[in-house]
Structure formats: structure tokens, C-alpha cells
Design a protein around this ligand. Structure first.
Ligand code: CU
Length: 334
């Protein structure tokens, strides 16, 4: 049995080596016009890039706060199971892409050394090889099937809402976000970006808002996303969420934040001149802290809400305009 298997394996390996050689021949014939120098340089760059990516992922993968940091290369650390799944699919694809690039590099190197004009002055005239063509069709198909398994399971997890504990409605406006808590006496407030001179110590620039979205930890939160004027997008990298906010349409998504802390995101759909200045700030707190916040928010925002008359709206507008002015002045360095 062992001997038979060995013999069979040997024959198979012979066939594989033969096939590889043919593959190299074909590659060489096809890319002959490309000079060796250029092919070498291109391969070097591509492999370098492919090699660096996983190394960076390993080196910088877990040290980030839940916000963008200067020179960031990898994804923000996951705060929800959905983002963990997204990050692992991302890592898997990265290694797969690396393996494929490395395999191609080896083939090219083999061709360059073995079949250059000096080493192989009389090239083969081979033009067809059925087993080889079947292999180079089947292998990519198999790779795609393998990739589809984690990919579809992630898509299913994103689209299938688990039993929901509470709902938040996020509405995109030009250029800020409005939030409503329908399960908590319709607490409603707007979140406008703070400008540089309004920031407290340690608050990140262009990401901090006057009012944060507050949610309890380990709670399944449904987010209903819509917009009032143009298309915006409610995106929170650490939660693995990026959901279009479309006027006249309710989109829904969900998250379950498993770590307390402050998380930052941004509108991710080009929505006008101040698209870059409508950040999203979510505070994940303990359930007790959330209960306290709800009571405070009811008082703070309810009066605000009852008075949601034209007067209030125009006051808000002038506030936004003031901020816009402020921004212009900021840009000019005034
Ligand atoms: Cu927007």
C-alpha cells in the first residue's frame, strides 16, 4: 500500500513538475517582450508590497485606540463580533493574496533563470496543453469557492439581525447627524463637530462632536439610518458598520459593542462641501452608566425637543452657519 502510494505520488509529482515547466514556457513566450530587468523590478515591487502587508498587520494589528491614528496601516481594533469577523476575513484574504503573489514570483524567477536566451537558446514551440489549461482554470475556481465560505457567512451575519435590545435612529443632515432613541422616551439630539478651539484636552480633532451617541455595552443595538437632504453614510470602523443614509429610505444595521470606550467614525458618502466635518462619536458605557445618561438626556434634550419650533431650527441653522464661517477662517489660518 505504502509503496504503491509512493509510486503514485512520484508519478504525480513528475507530472506536476512537467506541468510547471510548461506553464513557465507559456509565461515566458507571452511576456517575452518585457525585458528581464523590467519584469524583475516589477516582480520585486509587487512581492515587496505583498510581503509588507502581512508584516504590518502583525506588527501594528492590536495596538490602536478606536480611532484613526497617524501612519495607521491596519484596521482599527474590533469592538464588536461583526468587526472581528470582518477583520479575520480581511487577514485571510491578505495572506491568500500574499501566497498567490509569492507563487507568481517563484514562477517568474524560474522562467528568468531557466529560460532566458542564454540558458535556453532554442525555445519550445508548445502552444497548447490541455491538462495545464484545466489546472489553471480549476485552481482559481477552487480558490474562489474557498473565499466565498467566510465571505458569505460574514454577509449573512451583517444582514441578519439578532434579537434586538434597543434601537437608535441616525439621520444625516448637511452637515451633522441627528439621533433619536425611540425606546427611551424619544430622546433626540443633534451631534455637531467641535472646532479646534472648542476641543478639550485629549479630544481628537475633526472627530469629536458636541453630543455623543451613548450606548450600553454588550447590548444588541439596531441602528436605523436615513437622511434628510442628500445621501450620507453612517460609518463606524471599530464596529464594522458602513451604512448608507438615503433620503426617504430606512436602512438598518446592528452592532454589539463588547468594550466600553469612545469610538469615532465619519460620514462616508460624499455629501457636500462639509462632508469631512460631520463625524460620528459613540460612547459605549456600562449598563448602569447608560441608565443614568438616559435620565439626564431626557431632561437635557426633552426641553430642547418640545421647543423644536421654527425658532429653534433657525437658531440651529445660524449655529451651523457660524460654524461654517469658523471653518473658513480656520482654513485661511485666521
Ligand atoms: Cu454626509
Amino acid at each position: 500500500m505504502g509503496l504503491k502510494w509512493d509510486l503514485g505520488m512520484g508519478l504525480k509529482m513528475n507530472k506536476i513538475t512537467h506541468t510547471l515547466r510548461l506553464l513557465c514556457h507559456t509565461l515566458y513566450c507571452k511576456y517575452r517582450p518585457l525585458s528581464f530587468m523590467r519584469a524583475g523590478a516589477l516582480t520585486f515591487i509587487l512581492t515587496g508590497a505583498a510581503l509588507l502587508a502581512p508584516i504590518h498587520a502583525v506588527m501594528f494589528g492590536s495596538a490602536h485606540a478606536a480611532q484613526p491614528v497617524p501612519w495607521q496601516l491596519d484596521l482599527q481594533p474590533a469592538a464588536t463580533p461583526l468587526m472581528e469577523q470582518t477583520a479575520s476575513l480581511h487577514a485571510f484574504l491578505l495572506y491568500l493574496a500574499f501566497a498567490i503573489s509569492f507563487f507568481v514570483l517563484l514562477l517568474l524567477a524560474y522562467v528568468m533563470i531557466k529560460f532566458n536566451a542564454k540558458a535556453n537558446p532554442v525555445p519550445s514551440k508548445t502552444s497548447h496543453n490541455t491538462p495545464l489549461e484545466i489546472i489553471w482554470t480549476l485552481i482559481p475556481v477552487l480558490i474562489l469557492i474557498v473565499v466565498s465560505v467566510p465571505s458569505f457567512s460574514l454577509l449573512y451575519a451583517q444582514k441578519t439581525l439578532p434579537p434586538i435590545d434597543m434601537t437608535i435612529k441616525a439621520t444625516g443632515y448637511q452637515w451633522y447627524w441627528g439621533y433619536e432613541y425611540p425606546d427611551h422616551d424619544n430622546i433626540a439630539f443633534d451631534a455637531l463637530m467641535l472646532f479646534d478651539d472648542e476641543l478639550a484636552e485629549g479630544q481628537p480633532r475633526l472627530l469629536t462632536t458636541d453630543n455623543a451617541v451613548v450606548v450600553p455595552v454588550n447590548t444588541n443595538v439596531r441602528v436605523i439610518v436615513t437622511a434628510a437632504d442628500v445621501i450620507h453614510n453612517w460609518a463606524m470602523p471599530a464596529f464594522g458598520i458602513k451604512m448608507d443614509a438615503v433620503p426617504g429610505r430606512l436602512n438598518e444595521t446592528w452592532f454589539r459593542a463588547e468594550k466600553t470606550g469612545t469610538y469615532y467614525g465619519q460620514c462616508s458618502e460624499l455629501c457636500g462641501t462639509r462632508h469631512a466635518f460631520m463625524p460620528i462619536m459613540v460612547k459605549v458605557v456600562t449598563k448602569e452608566e447608560f441608565a443614568i445618561w438616559v435620565e439626564q438626556a431626557k431632561e437635557e434634550f426633552l426641553a430642547h425637543h418640545l421647543d423644536d419650533s421654527d425658532e429653534e431650527k433657525s437658531a440651529h441653522h445660524s449655529d451651523t452657519e457660524k460654524s461654517a464661517h469658523h471653518l473658513d477662517a480656520d482654513k485661511k489660518g485666521v
